[in-house]
Design a protein around this ligand. Sequence first.
Ligand code: NAD
Ligand code: MG
Length: 403
Amino acid sequence: MNKDVAPSTACRPVRRRIAVLGSTGSIGTNTLDVVAHLSDRLEIVGLSAHSRIDLLLEQTALFRPRFVCLTDPDQELDNHRLPLGTELLRGPEGLARMVTAPEVDVVVTAIVGAAGLEGTWAALEAGKTVAVANKETLVMAGPLVTDLARRRGGRLLPVDSEHSAIFQALQGSSLNEVERLVLTGSGGPFRGKSRQQLESVSIEQALRHPTWSMGRKITIDSATLMNKALEVIEARWLFEMPAERIEVIIHPESIIHSFVEFRDGAILAQLSPPDMRLPIQYALTYPERLPGPTRRLDWRSLSKWHFEQPDLETFPALQLGFEVAQRGGTCGAVLNAANEVAVRAFLDGELAFLDIPRACRAALDHHHYQARPTLAELASIDRWARQEVCRWISRTTRIVPST
Ligand code: NAD
Ligand code: MG
């Protein structure tokens, strides 16, 4: 046969096989949307969820993965409701089995909170590529996670829009040519408000994000600017950039997703309408760019973009992020755990909005700092910080506005 006219199947690209941890959440469902649009290049082989089991079953019927994992021990799922060929796994062991399976090329970590660490760790130990949405993992244990990826030949690809923007702007350059990373942030629903106005915000107001539709925890983090704080720490470890060379600028339109300033003075940025499917797709198809499902920027309707400096007095959570990025050690695990408990308490109506950063500040101030903690020590300080915030909440006289 003439080699020049080989059958078309010979050059068909191999489909990348993906496991999505937290497939029923905001990032999880956006990931499945990307995969559905690129089904000739991407394939789902594993799904995990903690809640919304009916949605998990719908996703399983549609994508027919090799594995499905239920992480909440209190949830029931009848094996008979799964398609033929899909194996039901449970708990942390099930999750580890799924992410380390030879059938998996890329693991998307779309679990919320510290619960995301285990799956990420198992995947990296097996040398997998991890598309990291779960920023809490890097906040808690950044140096250990990046070191594990290096040692095992795994790879961390950012999904968070700011970090994806930086990663995209860095293509073709090396990190030692970078002067500064500038993360953009929308400013959240309370941009321009005074501290006094924030004394009485309700849960509903805090959940109303102006530009992004996301899970509840990250939406509250965006309202306090803790999300930006966590992103400063995420950037610190992901790009090995000293905290002094990371900055934040408020850009309410959420079109410019971050900047990289190089040492020759050039600044590169990545722009697109606010839609997480773009950074998710880039992580899944990297280094290729493929047509995707997201809306384009309408150049004809563009007029102005705005920028302002973050108000650190009204949003002290952001200051905590810079401080923790600078100190490292156990600080990230303490800040993350304290924030998780405080956000939960706010959403349960037990804590006022402005108490969230106060509780985090108190936990950071009282913790026993270690510069180079092990994973076990981080787990223990995480438990301590959760208890400490519970104690702080029970001691604090609070006025919680009714919703
Ligand atoms: P979400 O609340 O919408 O979804 C969370 C998912 O994790 C669900 O599938 C849920 O079942 C699962 N889950 C919850 N608790 C779990 C546990 N204890 N163990 C295992 N699984 C559990 O959250 P989200 O908005 O999709 O965010 C997910 C992660 O991505 C977070 O770390 C967030 O900071 C990050 N992120 C989200 C966005 C966004 O646009 N939503 C953007 C950037 C980064
Ligand atoms: Mg982000």
